[in-house]
Design a protein around this ligand. Structure first.
Ligand code: PLP
Ligand code: COI
Length: 341
């Protein structure tokens, strides 16, 4: 199959329209059979639930070309499970797990010409999403929904790829205790836009959000979880009910323990301890493992020893092992890799 003529090595994290997308509609209590379509337009009532009350959730995963030329994706079952949790919390119908995985396979196969070649540094980002589609004016859940999956080839999430970034401690909160921080609701991202625009204007790549209740504990950024490495080489990652349970973070914990023999602590992380860590990184599907070189807290700087040119050594090992598994260079734990073709 001939690949599209795209400058894979210079892609950023943006939207490029691909040829096909998957669509299924929920009406009268049931999902229809679903189709692959070329139609990228969504036509909705002016009063659709998603437009009035933001009833929408989404997922994000990637398809990779492996060293031996297969197209695979990484742990789509966990994205399906998380979308079930998001749908339930937002009073939306569940899109069945097996159908979610099948739809991912169909849409990636249909867009195989857009899956970046092995070694190009790019991947095909897969974005499943669901929204309330019928008119809703009193505050209540919609009765009709659309589930879609779009795909787009992407490069690194942060400009500069694997170069360490500088982030700031945000004055805004991302998620409340008992709120929606643990699900992938569009509303979590809408309310982070002012914070990220502010951070960018001030020259920062991202925000570090603290817990809303006490503002003493590290939560996550707008689009990734944190991992830290202690001076004695333990991996530490924040535990909180109001952060998104990152599939990348859960995979890195396994990789750290089982592949690298490292000790891992998943626990509350106080902001006061951050200055004592040796390394800091962000992890997520889009972010992969992105090193943080500096954190600025209202003018006070925390600079990590690896500096602003390269990743710290343990972050690098985590990155190499995870991406090695995703690209088929390192044997994966059972069930992590879904071969598409
Ligand atoms: N945290 C937030 C707020 C996110 O949007 C994402 C991206 O999905 C992550 C963390 C990372 O999660 P995952 O590794 O499952 O992509
Ligand atoms: C992802 O990593 O898939 C996300 O959804 C994060 C978003 C900031 C792009």
């Amino acid at each position: 199959m001939e690949k599209k003529n795209i400058d894979w090595a210079n892609l950023g994290f943006g939207y490029i329209k691909t040829d096909y997308r998957y669509v299924s509609n929920f009406k009268e209590g049931a999902w229809d059979a679903g189709v692959i379509t070329e139609d990228d337009k969504v036509v909705l009532s002016e009063c659709a639930g998603v437009l009035q009350y933001a009833q929408t959730c989404f997922e994000g995963l990637k398809a990779y070309t492996t060293e031996d030329g297969k197209i695979v994706c990484f742990r789509p079952d966990l994205n399906a499970d998380r979308m079930v949790d998001s749908a339930k919390r937002l009073e939306m119908p569940v899109f069945p797990k097996e159908r979610f995985i099948d739809a991912v396979v169909q849409v990636v196969k249909a867009n195989a010409a857009f899956v970046p070649p092995y070694g190009s540094g790019a991947t095909l980002y897969i974005r499943p999403y669901m929204f309330g589609s019928n008119p809703v004016i009193g505050v209540k859940p919609a009765d009709e929904y659309q589930f879609r999956i779009l795909t787009t080839p992407v490069g690194p999430y942060f400009k500069g790829g694997a170069k360490p970034i500088t982030i700031k401690v945000s004055d805004f909160d991302r998620a409340a205790p008992h709120g929606t921080g643990h699900i992938k609701a569009g509303l979590n991202y809408a309310m982070s836009l002012h914070a990220i625009v502010t951070a960018h204007e001030e020259g920062f790549a991202e925000n570090m959000y603290l817990d809303a209740a006490t503002r003493t504990k590290v939560e996550e950024t707008g689009g990734a979880n944190f991992i830290f490495v202690t001076k004695d080489n333990k991996v530490v990652t924040p535990k909180s009910d109001s952060i998104l349970p990152s599939i990348t973070r859960r995979s890195l914990i396994y990789v750290a323990k089982e592949y690298l023999g490292l000790e891992v602590e998943e626990r509350e992380v106080f902001f006061d301890e951050v200055k004592d860590f040796a390394e800091c990184g962000l992890c997520g599907t889009a972010a992969v493992v992105s090193p943080v070189g500096k954190i600025v807290d209202h003018g006070k700087e925390i600079c990590f020893p690896a500096g602003m040119e390269k990743m710290g050594p343990t972050t690098q090992k985590l990155y190499d092992t995870l991406t090695g598994i995703q690209m088929g260079r390192i044997e994966a734990p059972e069930g992590w890799i879904k071969v598409i073709e």
